[in-house]
Design a protein around this ligand. Structure first.
Ligand code: HEC
Length: 276
């Protein structure tokens, strides 16, 4: 038994509670006993033999509710202005819930307050906060130390592009079309861009959005890494020419980088296509 008391006061409260429960139980047994004895005496007076409580008649006693058709037999001779008193028993479902509730209460007390098997609400809260702090620390690490629109690099690894595609399908496809063909938002597969078509332009557009034109700023929702992944995925769409493509908007984007980078930018499209 692991009793983790923070201080003497808690221990004192626990012992007090134990004593209280103990005496309540004793009291309950005494009252029950008096009640049973009284009942036996009354029954004897009325000529009814009381069967002692045994395991054999347990269910009969438990299920001793008299149906309505037999109610006339159990009417007491108390009659108050026509209101009669019925001496029926509690139905089994009620007793079941009652005793079940007691058992549940004991298990609950032992689990949460004696053995501390499960965390209490306050502890659950602390655990959740600690987990969140860890996640936040890991996330902000990426945000602070590595990626922003000035140094963002095009990702070409299949895993990154697949994650990017998932992010795209989950967040962006509603407005930009499932294949990037455009809809509410512009076509992302052509070489025309409203806000620039370089990886850092795209990254910047997604981070800050164009709120007045209906493009949300995603920095509060997606982590920098996510945005890098989805930007890289969008770059793979260029030239894919999906059906129902929206008419081009903006300027033609011609990469300023050296041709070597150009080749690298085309590689992911093939890589992704070979995976699918
Ligand atoms: C509610 C609709 C909506 C959603 C959702 C949305 N966009 Fe947009 N997006 C737009 C609109 C509208 C524009 C055009 C803004 C403008 O006219 O300047 C746009 C523009 C863009 C551009 C610039 C295109 C260009 O021609 O320069 C990129 C890149 C982009 N969105 C990426 C994304 C990504 C990635 C997501 C998901 C994380 C996303 N968008 C989610 C509506 C949306």
């Amino acid at each position: 038994m692991d009793l983790n008391f923070q201080n003497g006061e808690e221990l004192f409260q626990f012992i007090l509670l134990g004593i209280l429960i103990f005496f309540t139980l004793i009291l309950l047994i005494v009252v029950l006993n008096i009640f049973m004895t009284l009942k036996a005496v009354l029954n004897e007076k009325a000529g009814i033999k009381t069967e002692p409580f045994t395991l054999n008649n347990f269910w009969d006693r438990f299920n001793s509710l008299k149906p309505m058709s037999e109610e006339k037999d159990i009417l007491l001779d108390h009659d108050y202005d026509g209101i009669k008193e019925l001496d029926n028993h509690l139905p089994p479902w009620w007793l079941g819930m009652f005793y079940g509730g007691i058992v549940f209460g004991v298990v609950y007390l032992l689990n949460y307050h004696v053995w501390h098997w499960s965390p209490l609400q306050a502890e659950e809260y602390e655990i959740a906060m600690a987990e969140a702090a860890e996640i936040k620390a890991a996330g902000s690490d990426v945000a602070v130390s590595s990626i922003d629109e000035n140094n963002v690099e095009l990702l070409t690894a299949t895993a990154d592009l697949e994650t990017g595609e998932l992010i795209y399908t989950g967040n962006c496809a509603v407005c930009h079309g499932a294949a990037g063909e455009g809809g509410v938002g512009p076509n992302l597969t052509d070489e025309y861009w409203l806000h620039g078509g370089s990886i850092s332009d795209i990254y910047k557009t997604i981070v800050h959005g164009v709120p007045e034109k209906g493009m949300i700023a995603w920095e509060g929702t997606l982590k920098p890494k996510d945005i890098q992944q989805v930007s890289s995925f969008i770059k793979t769409l260029e030239g894919s020419n999906p059906p129902n493509g929206k008419a081009p908007q903006g300027e033609i984007y011609t990469p300023e980088e050296a041709p070597a980078t150009d080749a690298a930018e085309e590689a992911p499209a093939e890589e992704l296509a070979s995976v699918e």
